[in-house]
Design a protein around this ligand. Structure first.
Ligand SMILES: [Zn+2]
Ligand SMILES: [Zn+2]
Length: 302
């Protein structure tokens, strides 16, 4: 892969839980997980059930190029730690391979370290084995709004203060801002920028504002792709106001004001059938023409 190129792939686009009615299949059933490749660097956002098929793909890819690699490195970020963003983690194939190294780069939410949350979750009685007994090597790093994570061609990275000068020869960088519109500890928005200047913003689990979330509008300015929560129709929103999720109107408003090139609606309600999702896409395109409802296996290259 060209070291300047950025590839985004959706592995899970559902919110809350996987649909159980057996009808909603065209857009996929897995909860949120997104993969972004820049050169050899593999960035993963969230570990909903979508991380299970992602793990299966990664195992195949790493075995195919095994001879040239000492370690199989992935970098995992979490938007927050609600169960729909975590449920696939214990089944992530990269946990079970001795050559696998996972760098967890995450903010603290509700005063919990990600390491403590994962140690609790992948542990009896929730899971038969403990995270620290698995063959994978795990490294934990903190980030916050004031930090920028720079990735380099050799798959190493550096975390710098936003006020510090950028290091030389980075190929991708990740920034985040705290979103307060999600109960109870909020979530984190991420912006991934390639050295070529292409930008992807992930804004999952957020309830928009009338007139658009201006902090997010600024953060997502002129992004090539904005992934935005659009769990509810307007009618549903009236019942679920305050639950921390958006309508497509809110997502479109941010996309319009931020002048993004493409909007991808994510975190679909588990009750939404293919028919409902297609109607949402059509209605959203009337507000912001370059809007698409995210479905599993969707890929974008910049
Ligand atoms: Zn969620
Ligand atoms: Zn959530």
């Amino acid at each position: 892969m060209d070291k300047q190129q950025m590839k985004v792939k959706v592995y899970g686009a559902r919110g809350s839980y996987s649909p159980v009615n057996g009808e909603a299949t065209q857009f996929g059933v897995n909860t949120t997980c997104f993969r972004i490749d820049v050169g050899e660097t593999i960035l993963i956002f969230d570990a909903g059930s979508g991380i299970i098929p992602l793990g299966q793909d990664l195992v195949k890819e790493f075995f195919a190029k095994d001879a040239t690699l000492d370690n199989w490195v992935t970098h995992l970020f979490f938007t927050h730690m609600h169960i729909d963003h975590l449920i696939g983690f214990p089944y992530f194939a990269m946990l079970y391979l001795p050559k696998s190294v996972i760098n967890f780069i995450s903010p603290r939410i509700l005063d919990y370290d990600l390491k403590d949350v994962l140690d609790m979750f992948v542990h009896p009685p929730f899971f038969p084995v403990s995270l620290h007994d698995l063959p994978v090597t795990t490294n934990f790093y903190h980030m916050a709004e004031k930090y920028v994570v720079y990735f380099f061609e050799d798959n190493t990275f550096e975390i710098k203060q936003a006020t510090e000068p950028a290091p030389e020869k980075w190929i991708a960088r990740v920034q985040s801002i705290r979103n307060f519109m999600h109960p109870k500890g909020g979530s984190f928005f991420y912006k991934i920028t390639s050295a070529a200047g292409r930008k992807v913003v992930i804004a999952s689990d957020t309830e928009g504002f009338l007139g658009g979330d201006q902090r997010l509008v600024k953060f997502a300015e002129e992004a090539d792709l904005l992934l935005h929560d659009a769990q509810y129709t307007f009618e549903e929103y009236q019942k679920f106001q305050g639950f921390g999720h958006s309508t497509y109107h809110m997502a479109c408003e941010v996309a319009k004001q931020a002048r993004v090139k493409k909007l991808l609606l994510i975190h679909h309600d588990p009750s939404h059938s293919d028919e409902t999702l297609k109607q949402i896409e059509k209605a959203a395109q009337e507000i912001f023409p370059e809007t698409y409802v995210a479905s599993e296996s969707m890929e974008f290259t910049f």
